[in-house]
Design a protein around this ligand. Sequence first.
Ligand SMILES: Nc1ncnc2c1ncn2[C@@H]1O[C@H](COP(=O)(O)OP(=O)(O)OP(=O)(O)O)[C@@H](O)[C@H]1O
Length: 254
Amino acid sequence: MVILDANNIVKIYGEYGGEASTTALGGVSLSIQKGEFIAIMGPSGSGKTTLLNILSGIDKPTSGEVTVAGQKISEMTGEQLALFRRRQLGFVFQEFNLLDSLTVKENIILPMVLEKKKAAEMESKVQHLGKLFEIENILDKYPYNISGGQQQRAAVSRALVNDPSIIFADEPTGNLDSKSSAVIMECFEKIVHELSTTVLLVTHDIFAASYCNKVVFIKDGLIHSYIVKKGTRKEFLNQIIDNLAVLGGRTHVF
Ligand SMILES: Nc1ncnc2c1ncn2[C@@H]1O[C@H](COP(=O)(O)OP(=O)(O)OP(=O)(O)O)[C@@H](O)[C@H]1O
């Protein structure tokens, strides 16, 4: 089942044809199936963030169409999109983006509160996610009193509470040490395998990308190639390194 379909996405920043215009994406097509776990990699400036922003409705393409869960998000109004994003999409950011004035539990259930879900449903969901990600003992703490790894696990829980069609993660391990990075990638692995969640992440981190099932490489605003995991994570990691070397450019990974 196709969860996301992007057709010939072009993004030009600045006035088209103007001297200062930049073609960030030159015609990207991508199809993502339910339960896929995909990383987008590429050199600095290749268009990764632009692509993620367009696929998740944060930004509009100059031309091309994006369909998520059967709905054309590229044609939605701002209000429709805001509602759609809250109900159908989950987001995880490099900086965790938890609200400091709320406890971990309040942060996690916030998207459910906005959807006016029942208290019992929220409680059962937060307990389930707390257990799944081993943060059940810190649910009453505030974000500034827990580690970065725990904050990111809370952020993944928050992204999951409304059972999104897809989770978008922008450099989710960018602010974590290697041990916490491994834990967070294992969390993503768990939700893909146990809940059939679809996860798309943008990363410079080859170690993080090696947890995914597929890596799509972009260069100069176009899809250059992709690889699918067949053997072990270690073998996939070596394959990612080889592909990045072919890609060239400045990739912060070495
Ligand atoms: N708001 C903007 N206005 C003008 N140009 C932009 C804007 N955002 C990005 N660009 C340009 O579009 C191109 C793609 O940028 P993008 O941020 O998508 O790349 P990236 O692969 O995510 O880079 P990095 O790995 O360094 O984060 C770059 O040439 C960049 O300078």
